[in-house]
Design a protein around this ligand. Structure first.
Ligand SMILES: Cc1cc2nc3c(=O)[nH]c(=O)nc-3n(C[C@H](O)[C@H](O)[C@H](O)COP(=O)(O)OP(=O)(O)OC[C@H]3O[C@@H](n4cnc5c(N)ncnc54)[C@H](O)[C@@H]3O)c2cc1C
Length: 382
């Protein structure tokens, strides 16, 4: 593995690698709905999956501020790759880093951070997305074993995941207190994977159903204590949301860059369209939006770096940055006129993906509700 000297060096390397290796291929693999494995191998070679995972566990041990800059840099070219590089530090790895035993960290976290394996985080269900504690997947004990039954929906990385971090309840009426977290190897009998095809956005990520049919797990599969799975899920999503926010800033910046470059080239009524004030106004909104979203993401990153719970800040960063990404994509597409809907230009892909960013890891309506409730003291923010 290449040894990276400093935080700034890895951000620079991420930008240089993304423009050279990822940019020429992203349109094609978006059409193919398939992440090229050789690109992932090259990224692993450079240590790109190490993120904030401590060096002793195979990671880069980045501080959160550098981590978000790194994720943004990759996401300016392809936020799907941005998703994959953030997962070992967020949705998949953070729960293991915080609640895993030494054996679990050795088995799952180290190879994850080194990019030798990939994982999925299976929380959402067909009937419960935003309402995580309302899950239908159940487990019951049979001696030392746990038997899981249920279906998770919209789960990413079905094609490449070597294991899934997932959640089940022993009694739905217990709500949060009934939930337990499990680490489930892909080859466990009783695990069925059913990918969806032809999604609007996030196309290269293989997303679909994860079904548990009398799936039997030993005690080594338990992550954290029984009945404390909700804490594991919230640790994972809090860090996951920071990753979505950083990716959203990357997408918004890409929209701004493309809008600026197109507006300078396109001539209408004998002038570059950049001379029209209504076009300038859209660029102004994008410029201000990207800048303020980045500040909010940095603020949330700093709170996590200080070891604080950052529930409110990560919600604010996720909601605001993905709203900015979608608004920037809408305006940038408008600036492209008819060419905006052509596959020749990247803006159509950014537009489709930006919409999905407003839905994943907590729909923005849910975040809007949570932030309001915290501000009003109806809900605690720690
Ligand atoms: C491409 C893609 C990849 C994904 N990957 C994963 C993954 O890897 N793992 C995983 O677990 N999940 C994943 N998801 C699922 C995603 O996290 C959920 O879609 C999301 O949490 C919203 O849940 P839902 O779709 O069930 O919406 P619902 O909970 O049904 O909500 C629908 C709408 O109802 C409204 N709403 C619901 N609750 C509230 C509330 N309290 N206040 C205000 N409005 C509300 C909102 O408008 C919301 O958008 C993925 C989704 C997509 C599209």
């Amino acid at each position: 593995m290449t040894v990276i000297q400093s935080g700034a060096a890895i951000v620079e390397l991420a930008g240089e690698f993304s423009r050279r290796e990822i940019a020429p291929r992203v349109a094609q693999y978006d059409r193919d709905e398939k992440i090229p494995r050789d690109l992932l191998d090259k990224m692993a070679e450079l240590g790109f999956f190490g993120g904030v995972v401590p060096v002793e566990w195979g990671g880069l041990g980045l501080d959160y501020r550098t981590f978000v800059a790194f994720v943004e840099e990759v996401s300016q070219t392809c936020h799907i790759m941005g998703t994959l590089v953030s997962m070992p530090s967020g949705l998949v790895g953070a729960g293991i880093a915080n609640f895993g035993t030494i054996e679990q960290k050795e088995r799952w976290l180290r190879p994850l951070a080194e990019g030798r394996i990939f994982g999925g985080s299976a929380v959402t269900e067909p009937r419960s997305g935003s309402d995580v504690a309302g899950m239908d997947t159940t487990y019951k004990k049979d001696g030392e074993s746990y038997i899981l039954n249920g279906t998770k929906a919209w789960i990413s990385n079905l094609d490449i995941a070597d294991f899934f971090l997932s959640f089940a309840t022993k009694d739905r009426s217990l709500r949060h207190a009934g939930v337990t977290a499990f680490l489930i190897p892909r080859d466990t009998p009783g695990l069925e994977l059913n990918p969806y095809r032809d999604k609007l956005g996030f196309r290269p990520i293989c997303t679909g159903e994860v079904v548990f049919k009398d799936l039997r797990l030993g005690p080594d599969a338990l992550l954290g204590e029984e009945g404390h799975g909700f804490e594991v899920a919230m640790t994972a999503v809090e860090r996951g949301r920071l990753g979505v926010a950083a990716r959203s800033v990357g997408v918004a910046q890409a929209c701004l860059d493309q809008a600026v470059s197109y507006a300078k080239e396109r001539i209408a009524f004998g002038h570059p369209i950049s001379e029209f004030q209504i076009v300038q106004s859209k660029v102004t909104d994008m410029e201000v939006g990207v800048h303020t979203a980045r500040l909010l993401v940095n603020d949330a990153a700093d709170a996590l770096e200080r070891g604080e719970r950052a529930r409110r800040l990560t919600s604010m960063a996720k909601m605001y940055a993905s709203d900015i990404a979608f608004r920037s994509a809408t305006d940038a597409l408008q600036i492209h006129g008819a060419y905006g809907v052509s596959p020749e230009y990247a803006i159509g892909r950014l537009f489709r993906d930006a919409k999905v960013l407003q839905i994943v890891e907590g729909s923005n309506d849910l975040h809007r509700a949570l932030i309001g409730e915290m501000a009003l003291g109806i809900r605690a923010d720690s």
